[in-house]
Design a protein around this ligand. Structure first.
Ligand code: HEC
Length: 197
């Protein structure tokens, strides 16, 4: 997805800005419905991935978990996108898989999340949405929800990665930037887009 910089700037001005509490749906019921649907999709994506990952690590160690992330994360995202009729994915300012590189709008939101975190907002409550025109002029609802780094993630995204995991990651991801994270860091975000009528 590529969006013109102007659209991204406009989005920042026109954007909704919420913390975890539900919105009052009386003013913008269509947008409110998209926010609710996006929260549910992001939550399901996170839960499904984490369960698959925990299971794989339990049965075969962290190196086995790489298979889940490498082979299944994209499939889970694709299945959810189809089921929920919205484009569901993950992004980060430091990506492992280059296909998760943020576009201009996503990059601005990730930086905004870092700034809000620095001001003391809990990472697990950071979210942001906006209705923007994409570069084809298509009105699009966009939503992002921060992903915190927890202990489990350090096996593959931390500062000290076990040699066999490290070797496998280097083989699969020669351009890996998603290392050196600490518990509590912003690892990235779920990102959702849905064209509006
Ligand atoms: C077993 C190793 C492993 C563990 C543990 C792991 N990841 Fe990852 N992670 C990966 C791999 C491999 C990818 C690249 C997936 C792909 O190619 O689509 C990835 C990609 C990601 C991405 C997508 C952005 C990017 O960098 O490409 C996010 C976000 C992410 N991981 C967050 C987490 C979080 C949060 C945790 C802890 C709950 C976690 N990961 C635990 C291996 C791991």
């Amino acid at each position: 997805m590529r969006y013109a910089l102007l659209a991204a700037l406009g989005a920042v001005l026109a954007a909704g800005f919420v913390s975890a509490q539900p919105l009052d749906g009386t003013e913008q019921p269509e947008v409110n419905a998209e926010v609710m649907a996006s929260r549910a999709a992001a939550q399901q994506f996170g839960k499904t991935l984490k369960e698959a990952l925990q299971q794989a690590i339990k049965s075969g160690g962290p190196a086995n978990g790489i298979v889940v992330c490498h082979d299944q994360a994209g499939q889970i995202a694709a299945r959810l996108s189809e089921e929920r009729e919205m484009l569901v994915g993950r992004t980060s300012l430091k990506v492992r898989n280059p296909s998760h590189t943020p576009d201009a709008w996503e990059s601005a939101v990730l930086k905004q999340f870092e700034a809000r975190k620095a001001q003391g907002e809990p990472v697990n409550q950071l979210e942001f949405f906006a209705v923007i025109d994409d570069d084809q002029g298509q009105k699009t609802f966009r939503y992002m929800k921060a992903i915190p780094t927890v202990g489990l993630c350090l096996n593959c995204h931390g500062e000290n990665i076990a040699p066999e995991v490290d070797a496998e990651l280097k083989k699969l991801y020669p351009y890996d930037k998603a290392r050196g994270f600490k518990e509590g860091d912003l690892r990235g975000a779920f990102t959702i887009a849905k064209p509006l009528p």
